[in-house]
Design a protein around this ligand. Structure first.
Ligand code: PEP
Ligand code: MN
Length: 345
């Protein structure tokens, strides 16, 4: 990875670096961070002479040769000080970043979503979630509807909160980008769909869009999880949020095997913020608060929680696992207090 002296290389400087890289059959990729660009070498980058020549250029601050399966996501990479920002907030800075909202937006009842959004904003939620297109285990269950996108966009307009929407294919991705969705969610079923990850990274490169990448449900190891995120960054979008959401097989009584304890292992290896999803981990509204507190104690930067103003009227997962805004308010207060005390003796 190449780190320039200034905030980014000029066209002529890029051309100089490229000429050297091309001599070794490599090319360079610009990755736009919030404050500066870094440049990855693509190709067989195991070429010491090439790096020495690039490091010798007067406008290059440093060249990192990181031995890592995920050299951009690695904590030692030039992106280590990259801050993911959503709206006005820098994730992980001073409070748990909470994404809240229904599992699924009911397109026939827009008011239920809009009222939920306003109630959650009142509770202190920092971003709104809501399924537009749904990955359902049963092909006859409700599959989602593009109409729902208008509802969540309206909720953003009314609350000024950023919005999080899952995309499962290229067509949905394009529609979501067109609507300027702030957080593109990649669900657990697509967590290792590398072609989709590449498209998401490529089409959102250079934008402010964040990507919430869920952990693969088949017990993806920390390295496998981080390497999946590397696909997104390698295509040019470093605004990554890693989201543990429980793995299978389930712990008897829970929907999945809660995995918030993976958080410190991820944080030891990568700079990317960790946003835990307690709702799909435990799968029952009664256990969501304890799992949330536990996640924050483990060092998570935030939470993605299913919440609905009237869970029994919801669709998808909402009747069983959405918490009400009242519970959300109490949960946020508890998490804030754990956050403030977690590193005290
Ligand atoms: C969801 O967030 O509603 C969802 C389907 O999540 P996951 O991909 O973790 O199952
Ligand atoms: Mn859900």
């Amino acid at each position: 990875m190449i780190i320039p002296k200034g905030s980014k290389l000029t066209g002529e400087q890029i051309a100089q670096v490229e000429r050297i890289a091309n001599d070794f059959d490599c090319s360079i990729l610009e990755i736009q961070g919030r404050n500066r660009c870094v440049y990855a070498i693509l190709g067989d980058e195991d070429r010491e002479v090439m790096f020495k020549r690039i490091a010798g250029l007067s406008f290059i601050r440093r060249v990192d040769m990181i031995e890592s399966p995920y050299k951009l996501m690695d904590k030692r990479s030039g992106l280590s000080d990259h801050l993911v920002k959503l709206g006005m907030e820098e994730i992980g800075k001073s409070f748990p970043f909470i994404i809240g909202g229904p599992c699924t937006i009911d397109p026939d009842q827009p008011n239920l979503y809009l009222e939920t959004a306003h109630a959650l904003k009142e509770c202190g939620v920092n971003a709104l979630r809501g399924g537009v297109w749904k990955p359902r285990t049963n092909p006859y269950s409700y599959q989602g509807d593009s109409k729902a996108l208008e509802i969540i966009v309206q909720a953003r307009d009314e609350t000024s909160l950023p919005i999080d929407v899952e995309v499962m294919d290229l067509e949905q991705l394009k529609i979501a980008l067109e609507a300027k969705v702030d957080i593109l969610q990649i669900g657990t079923r697509n967590a290792l769909n590398y072609s989709l990850l590449k498209e998401v990274g490529r089409l959102s490169a250079g934008s402010d869009t964040s990507i919430l990448l869920k952990r693969g449900r088949h017990v993806a190891s920390p390295d496998e999880f981080i390497a999946a995120a590397e696909y997104l960054v390698a295509e040019g979008n470093p605004n990554i949020l890693l989201c543990p959401r429980g793995t299978t097989p389930a712990l008897d009584g829970y929907r999945n095997h809660p995995d918030e304890s993976i958080t410190p292992l991820l944080k030891n290896r990568t700079w990317a913020p960790v946003i835990v999803d307690p709702s799909h981990s435990v799968g029952h509204s009664d256990f969501v608060k304890a799992c949330s507190i536990s996640a924050i104690a483990y060092g998570a930067d935030g939470l993605c929680i299913e919440s609905h103003i009237e869970p029994s009227k919801g669709i998808g997962d909402d009747p069983k696992q959405a918490i009400t805004p009242t519970v959300m308010k109490d949960l946020i207060a508890c998490c804030q207090s754990v956050w403030e005390n977690r590193y005290k003796a």
